[in-house]
Ligand binder design. Structure first.
Ligand SMILES: C[S@@+](CC[C@H](N)C(=O)[O-])C[C@H]1O[C@@H](n2cnc3c(N)ncnc32)[C@H](O)[C@@H]1O
Length: 340
C-alpha cells in the first residue's frame, strides 16, 4: 500500500473526528480498508487509475471537485509544489469552522518544507512521522492567516500563457509551458496523415491541436487522458482553435486498459513516470496498446527522450519502425504494423 496513504490513515486513527464527524472529504483519494463503507465519505481523485481503484472497492467518489464544507478534510497532495499549495487552498475552502484538515506527504516530496508552509497559514500544526512520510494537521480555530491562504488560491485553477493563450493548471503535465519534446514532434508531423486519429496521454491538448492544424486530412481525434484536470484544459484550448471538419472527443481514460476503437493515426509523447517514480513500463504499455489499436496500414508516431529504450518495445509489439528525427534530447519514431 502507498506509504503516504498509510501515514494519513494512521494520523486519522489518532483523530476523534474521523470516528465522530460523520462527514469526511478526501482530496486526492485512494482506496483504504478504513474508508470502505464509510457512509459520510466524499472522495475526489482526478487520476483515472486511482479513481477506478476507489470505485472498485465501493468508495463514494465524485467526478468534479465538490463544493461545500466538511468537518474533516483529508488531503493527499500531488507532486508539484504549486499543486501541493493548491490542494491546501482547496482543503481550506471546504473546511467547516472548527473543522480539521489532515495532510500526508512523503519526505522525498518535501513534506517538512510543505508542513512549514502550511503552518504559515494554519498556525498550530501537529504532525507525526512514519514510513518515511509525514502527516500534519490543523483545526480552523478562526485564527488562520487569510493572506497566506489567498496566495495559495492565486496558484489555483486555470492559468494562461502564450499568444494566442493556452490554459493549464497546477498538477498537469507541462504546466505553463509547451513541452520541448512535444514541440519537436509537432514540427515533424507529416502533413499527409489522414483519417481517424488518437492522441494517447493527450495532456492539455497541444499535440492534438498541432495535428489538426497541420494535417487537413485528419477527420477526427480521440484525446485519451488519465488526468481529468488536463482534459478540462484541453477542452478549453481546443474549443478556441476548433476545426469544423475535425471531430474531437475528450476521453477520461486509463490507456493501459486498452482502447475501444482502431485508428489510422496514433500519436503520443508517452508518460514514463508514475507519481515521481520513473516507470518506463508505462511508456511500453502505451506502445503495446497503440500497436493493438492501429488499423491496417496505420501509423504510430511518438516522441521520447533519446535514452528511453522504446525501439525494443516497438519490435516486441510487432511494429516495423524507423527513426524520423533526433535532436540532442529527443527522438521521433514512426511505426506501422508488420505485414504478416
Ligand atoms: C509526457 S505527457 C504528454 C502530454 C501531452 N501529450 C503533451 O504533449 O503535452 C504524458 C501524459 O500522459 C498522461 N497519462 C499518464 N498515465 C496515463 C494513463 N495510464 N492513461 C492515459 N493517460 C495517462 C499524463 O497525465 C500526461 O498528460
Amino acid at each position: 500500500m502507498n506509504p503516504v496513504l498509510q501515514t494519513l490513515m494512521l494520523a486519522c486513527s489518532e483523530d476523534d473526528r474521523f470516528e465522530t464527524s460523520g462527514r469526511v472529504l478526501f482530496i486526492g483519494a485512494e482506496p483504504h480498508p478504513q474508508l470502505i463503507g464509510l457512509s459520510g465519505l466524499t472522495a475526489w481523485q482526478p487520476l483515472k487509475p486511482l479513481a477506478a481503484a476507489c470505485d472498485a472497492v465501493g468508495m463514494t467518489r465524485v467526478g468534479a471537485l465538490p463544493e461545500g464544507r466538511w468537518p474533516l478534510v483529508l488531503v493527499l497532495p500531488g507532486k508539484s509544489h504549486d499543486e501541493v499549495l493548491e490542494s491546501f487552498a482547496i482543503a481550506r475552502d471546504r473546511l467547516e469552522p472548527g473543522g480539521s484538515v489532515v495532510i500526508a506527504m512523503s519526505n522525498a516530496t518535501g513534506a517538512a518544507r510543505c508542513e512549514k508552509e502550511f503552518a504559515k497559514a494554519a498556525g498550530t500544526v501537529t504532525s507525526l512521522q512514519k514510513h518515511k512520510c509525514r502527516a500534519f494537521r490543523a483545526s480552523d480555530d478562526g485564527s488562520w492567516n487569510e493572506k497566506v491562504v489567498e496566495t495559495w488560491r492565486g496558484l489555483s485553477g486555470l492559468h494562461e500563457f502564450g499568444n494566442p493563450a493556452w490554459v493549464t493548471r497546477p498538477g498537469v503535465f507541462s504546466h505553463g509551458r509547451i513541452d520541448p519534446g512535444s514541440q519537436f514532434l509537432s514540427d515533424h508531423f507529416p502533413a499527409f496523415l489522414h483519417g481517424r486519429a488518437a492522441d494517447l496521454g493527450a495532456g492539455w491538448g497541444f499535440l492534438s491541436h498541432a495535428v489538426a492544424a497541420r494535417c487537413r486530412g485528419i477527420r477526427s481525434i480521440d484525446l485519451y487522458e488519465a488526468d481529468s484536470r488536463a482534459l478540462e484544459c484541453a477542452r478549453v484550448n481546443l474549443a478556441v482553435r476548433k476545426r469544423d471538419d475535425c471531430q474531437l472527443d475528450f476521453l477520461w481514460h486509463d490507456v493501459q486498459t486498452g482502447l475501444s476503437a482502431s485508428y489510422d493515426v496514433i500519436f503520443m509523447n508517452p508518460p514514463f513516470h508514475t507519481g515521481r517514480e520513473k516507470d518506463i513500463d508505462l511508456g511500453r504499455s502505451f506502445i503495446r496498446v497503440a500497436a493493438s489499436s492501429l488499423s491496417r496500414g496505420g501509423t504510430l508516431l511518438l516522441v521520447a527522450n533519446r535514452a528511453l529504450p522504446y525501439e525494443q518495445a516497438l519490435d516486441q509489439a510487432g511494429l516495423a519502425w524507423r527513426s524520423v528525427a533526433e535532436n540532442q534530447s529527443y527522438k521521433i519514431l514512426s511505426a506501422t504494423r508488420r505485414s504478416s
